[in-house]
Design a protein around this ligand. Sequence first.
Ligand code: GLC
Length: 427
Amino acid sequence: MSIAKNFLLWIVCLSFVCAPRARAQDTELHFVTWKPEASQVWDQAVRDFERQNVGVKIVREIAPQSSTQIHDLLAQKLKNRDARLDVFFMDTIWPAEFASAGWALPLDRYFHAAERNEFLKAPILANQYRGQIYGVPLFIDAGLLYYRKDLLKKHALTPPRTWRELVEQAKTIRVRERDPHLVGFSGQFKQYEGLICNMMEYILSNGGALWDDKRLASLLDQPAALEAVRFVRDQIIGEISHRGVLAYEEPESLALFTQGRAIFHRNWPYAWKIANDPEQSRVAGNIGMMLLPGFTGSGVAALGGWQLGVSRFSRKPDLAWRFVAFMTSIENQKRIALATGRAPTRVALYDDREITDRIPHLNSLLETFKRAAPRPMTPVYVPLSNIMQRYFSSVLAVPNTDIQKRAALTARDMNRVLDLVREKNIP
Ligand code: GLC
């Protein structure tokens, strides 16, 4: 055997002997996330963290992007006190539940008040429960209206200020364009959390609410909410959209818009970059973005966003925190923002030169984030959301359902859950 061959054999043997030992020495940190846009940025961040923390391996589990589905997956793992879950993505509506169930680790000893001040207020508030903090905001969301600038211009229309005006404009454009594939509006009306965000925006901008936080009573059976739901069913879905939207989450509804098949589109800020990317969108350069319309007054945007939380059952909380701090750092939020257009939660980035140059609209969104309406904060948010999702979904899907009757039954079911909160004195 030649020397070279011998050497090769020796290397191969050595790698067999050494590799398992090296792997066993690795400290694994398990991270449940959903697959974000521009995944190369996330891969890079993970690699950088691993490089800075020699011997640490981030094991990522990619969960479905739907808030409802990732919630159920995490809840299952946390109920089982699964030690192979250290850090997780957390929707803005879960901290109260995860805290009260004892699933999320309070982060106060790591995440000090001075540092919290560097973040936007709304997501910090959303992460607090009974005086402790359970997550670090990674990016913030608020509902926005996207529209086809070219089509509005062509038909001498200015962006709509009310939902009724939007419906009229959509009808006008469709009649004049005579394109059977062009719909007036695409939003998220599937039975999942996104449906609550969409419907809450209509209900709140019509002067209603999902429930009364003080009296702990559902308000879905009240006139303002009933009217808003009827409007969506009869004017949006029944008139200018198509029934396909009843199965749409964010990606499907955005796809309709980027294919040039929707005049108006409701989505979060991340949609801007995708819709303007000629590789991914047929309408790149032809879109506008604005505040959501209202009914009589101004529109209301739902507040959304994602945080990183640490499992209370993690055996490596200090390391988990280091990873959370790294991922939510100014440098990492900046690279996520530049690559995806996701809105950062760190205030300083709104004055960052590179960000303002490359994402000029971001600064103007600050006010929208400040005014956006949070979904009510309670440990029983998810059961209430499930009840509401079933209601909205069933009344939107069938044109002649008795909305008032369904709403009354829904309010009764919601009140039962809210009664439990009252009886147990859960804030
Ligand atoms: C976005 C929001 C999140 C919301 C979800 C609904 O991801 O950030 O808060 O619950 O959409 O689909």
